[in-house]
Design a protein around this ligand. Structure first.
Ligand SMILES: *Cc1c(COP(=O)(O)O)cnc(C)c1O
Length: 412
């Protein structure tokens, strides 16, 4: 197998045919500035030391690697190991990326940051580090999402950020990202754009992956320490794909299988899903070529998932390449399967996972049942589920008696 680590992206920001920098003139110069700043920062031991120190003292790293023993026992197959990103400050892996980009903005002398947000989670993460660094912060959010996600709007405002409702298009995440890119093209002299996942134009997919790879670097060392070997399978959920890239990247040249769980919503045979890779096709979105949900005419489709963080109509371009290379297998997980896994983790381990993470867990549980007890599966528990409780309880009320995972285990 050819080595993958360090191969992609190439000098023009491409991951094989994917990625790139499909933006107007004014944005190209802003992106070249970010690229130059990032390549000097990552080669500067003082910058990387600041990054590691802030991950430790502010974000709470390293996060634990935790054997889910009771859950594994009930499944009767492979052992499930949880990388506990839910234990970080703010409760999800997004903090790793915003700490990195915040330090880079400061290094570039920018005093203002902007971000796009869908459900508000990346907006809250950006508002968090803006407060920490004393930056002015504007968050672009679809007007429809502002209405649906009122608590996160209040959180961002509490942290000192200004939320700007975007009314163009369908007034959701893709429109917010378009608007943030447009705003940035006029303000990049003093403003840094904090992108929330491994998508968008070069150098963001690479840079965000490099900030998130701390997840996989830690987990690799922890697995070796605890089990004496590498895991047989890695599993992560894929929205834009940052927690998955962060986990997978350091293992790409190892003989480990990898599985990315996409949100299949009501099912891949319905229009209500967010599976950009297995249910989409290549096209251009937010300055990069990648897999997207689109019509035959190239009209972007609205993504749907019970989990707000997976609800993005595209995916990072590196995942598009890893899919084509068959290095990572991508599978769909429906809302119902995710809810079953959510409840199983609550009941058997005393951990309430984020709904996004419950998708990874559902895919991992499916695999565990098919495998022997001497196999180890490493699951990225990307975040905690406190934010999802109202949603989960409402879903369970509407779908009574359908927590089949917990039911079948309790009758054993
Ligand atoms: C935002 C989010 C995701 C999805 O984003 P990726 O870039 O695909 O990682 C997954 N899990 C949690 C907890 C999130 O907040």
């Amino acid at each position: 197998m050819n080595k993958l680590i360090g191969q992609y992206p190439d000098a023009t920001g491409h991951f094989g045919p994917y990625g790139g920098r499909f933006v107007g003139e004014t944005l190209v110069s802003a992106l070249l500035d970010v690229e130059a700043a990032w390549s000097s920062a990552k080669a500067d031991p003082a910058f990387m030391a600041d990054f590691r120190a802030m991950l430790r003292d502010y974000a709470g790293r390293p996060t634990p690697l935790d054997l889910a023993e009771r859950l594994s026992d009930t499944l009767g197959g492979a052992r499930l190991w949880l990388k506990r990103e839910d234990c970080t400050h703010t409760g999800a892996h997004k903090i790793n990326n915003v700490v990195g980009q915040g330090l880079l903005a400061r290094r570039m002398g920018k005093r203002r940051v902007i971000a796009e947000t869908g459900a508000g989670q990346h907006g809250v993460a950006t508002a968090t580090i803006a407060a920490r660094f004393g930056f002015d912060c504007k968050v672009f959010m679809g007007a429809e999402d502002v209405r649906r996600q009122a608590p996160n709007v209040r959180r961002m405002e509490l942290l000192g950020a200004q939320v700007i409702p975007v009314t163009s298009g369908t007034a959701t995440l893709k429109d917010a990202m378009n608007e943030a890119l447009r705003y940035w093209s006029g303000t990049s002299a003093d403003t840094f754009y904090v992108i929330g996942t491994v998508s968008g134009p070069h150098p963001y997919p690479e840079m965000v992956r490099d900030f998130q790879r701390v997840i996989g670097d830690e987990a690799r060392a922890q697995m070796l320490e605890k089990t004496g070997k590498l895991p047989d399978l890695l599993v992560a959920c894929v929205g834009g794909g940052s927690n998955a890239m962060g986990l997978f990247y350091p293992f790409l040249d190892d003989p480990c299988e990898m599985l990315g769980a996409e949100a299949a919503g009501d099912g891949l045979d319905t229009p209500r899903h967010a599976a950009s890779i297995i249910g989409g096709s290549p096209g251009e979105l937010h300055g990069a070529l990648t897999y997207l949900l689109q019509s035959d005419e190239g009209q972007i489709h609205e993504a749907w998932s019970i989990s707000a963080g997976l609800d993005y109509p595209g995916v990072g371009p590196e995942h598009a390449l890893l899919h084509d290379l068959k290095r990572v297998r991508y599978e769909g997980v429906t809302d119902r399967e995710a809810l079953d896994a959510f409840q199983a983790l609550c009941r058997h381990e005393g951990i309430i996972p984020a709904l996004e993470s419950a998708h990874a867990l559902a895919a991992a549980m499916r695999e565990a049942k098919k495998r022997q007890k001497d196999q180890n599966i490493l699951v990225n528990l990307s975040g905690r589920g406190d934010k999802d409780l109202d949603h989960v309880l409402a879903w369970l009320k509407e779908h009574p008696g359908q927590n089949s995972e917990v039911r079948s285990q309790e009758s054993e």
